[in-house]
Ligand binder design. Structure first.
Ligand code: PLP
Length: 387
């Protein structure tokens, strides 16, 4: 079979070596705890599940939905944006459903890039920021997130030859994998930069509600002029423990929302009506579970940060997301340190290099394992990892 260049050019799967070691140890009966994957362990709140159950029994939802989403879905997203961010969104022209933010990240590249056009991709970043442009026959150029700038990019330090070819950029705060949040006028500066260089901005707001210590994350659309230069992806995966449901929305620039809709009418047949009903309930119903979940993650964060510091690591305390982003000790690469933790403690952590060249020198630990397992992982790291 002759596979496309496109598929063959996809980067190798960087967890392959770790997965091989994990499989060998599990086969030998070893109990491995994975802090490698960001998939919430807590269930979807019951009122959201009930909304799905009820809507699934309605024959009206057994037929093809519209790719635009129901009026009630778009109104619910607009209502959420008004209450949560104080942003007015036109439900007619500025919102449509996404089957999760990941789908949006991959497909929006097809709406914006032609051959060899450049996408500036936050580095380190969610891996689809680089594979999405590749699948669209474009090119992803890393946009390094600078530790000294609180893991923001330096927008004044991009090669003019790259800028000339750049048509889009991916940014995301609260940030995976660094846990960084926006503290200043960054989004306003991004809008100015995007206008100046005619670059479409995609702000991936997958962790909008997962924040700690009183920090409240903004929307990109709060920045003046944002909807003229870009869109935001909102996801229900992390805010409402709905990773398996594939629910989100693209919100912002009517021009890009319309282009994305035209593209999607050729790719999928919309979001299942019962999932739309559950999304409406999640966004419009009681929000107590969001705060409770953040309190759980914050407690886990403090537990893990404490243990890592006690073994001598410089673990920062993130104000958002479900990750710790920790510099590895001197003499290690991100891969060799992840290998050491696996061998000595039977705990999986993700090597930072899997998130881009600027991720070298770090590991990412996820807070999405039940408390008892996290406590066991902490105990093992403290007892067994010798630096
Ligand atoms: C930054 C970022 N964007 C998008 C996603 C995927 O979100 P969804 O489940 O809505 O596809 C993730 C998942 O981990 C993520 O970390």
């Amino acid at each position: 079979m002759r596979l496309s260049q496109r598929v063959q050019s996809l980067p190798p799967y960087l967890f392959a070596e770790i997965e091989r070691k994990v499989a060998a140890r599990r086969a030998a009966g070893v109990d491995i705890i994975s802090l490698g994957i960001g998939d919430p362990d807590m269930p979807t709140p019951p009122h959201i599940v009930a909304a799905l159950q009820c809507a699934a029994a309605d024959p009206a939802n057994h037929q093809y939905p519209s790719n635009r989403g129901s009026e009630a879905f778009r109104d619910a997203v607009a209502g959420y944006y008004r209450r949560r961010f104080n942003v007015d969104v036109d439900p007619e022209t500025e919102v449509i459903p996404l089957l999760g933010a990941k789908e949006g990240v991959a497909h929006v590249c097809l709406a914006l890039l032609d051959q060899r056009d450049v996408c500036l991709a936050a580095d380190p970043g969610y891996p689809v920021y680089t594979s999405g442009p590749l699948l669209a026959d474009g090119a992803a150029v890393p946009l390094p997130l600078r530790p000294e700038l609180g893991f923001q990019p330096d927008l004044d330090d991009i090669e003019p030859s790259v800028l000339a070819k750049a048509k889009m950029m991916f940014v995301s705060y609260p940030n995976n994998p660094t846990g960084a949040v926006i503290e200043d006028d960054f989004f306003a500066r991004v809008v100015t930069f995007a206008r100046e260089h005619d670059i479409a901005v995609i702000h991936d707001n997958a962790y909008a509600d997962i924040t700690f210590d009183g920090y409240v994350a903004p929307s990109f659309l709060q920045a003046p002029g944002a909807r003229e230069v870009g869109v935001e992806f909102f996801s229900l995966s992390k805010s409402y423990n709905m990773t398996g449901w594939r629910a989100g929305a693209i919100v912002g620039s009517p021009e890009l929302v319309d282009a994305f809709w035209r593209l999607k009418t050729n790719m999928d047949s919309g979001m299942f009506g019962a999932v739309q009903a559950a999304t409406i309930e999640a966004l419009s119903g009681p929000q107590d579970s969001v705060g409770e979940m953040c309190r759980v993650y914050q407690r886990r964060r403090d537990l893990l940060v404490g243990a890592l510091r006690r073994i001598g690591l410089r673990a920062p305390t993130p104000k958002g997301t479900i990750y710790l982003w920790v510099p590895v000790p001197e003499g290690y690469t991100s891969g060799s340190f992840a290998g050491l933790v696996l061998e000595q403690a039977d705990v999986i952590v993700s090597p930072g290099a899997a998130y881009g060249p600027s991720g070298e020198g770090y590991v990412r630990l996820s807070l999405t394992v039940p408390d008892a397992r996290l406590e066991e992982a902490v105990h093992r790291i403290e007892e067994r990892v010798h630096l």
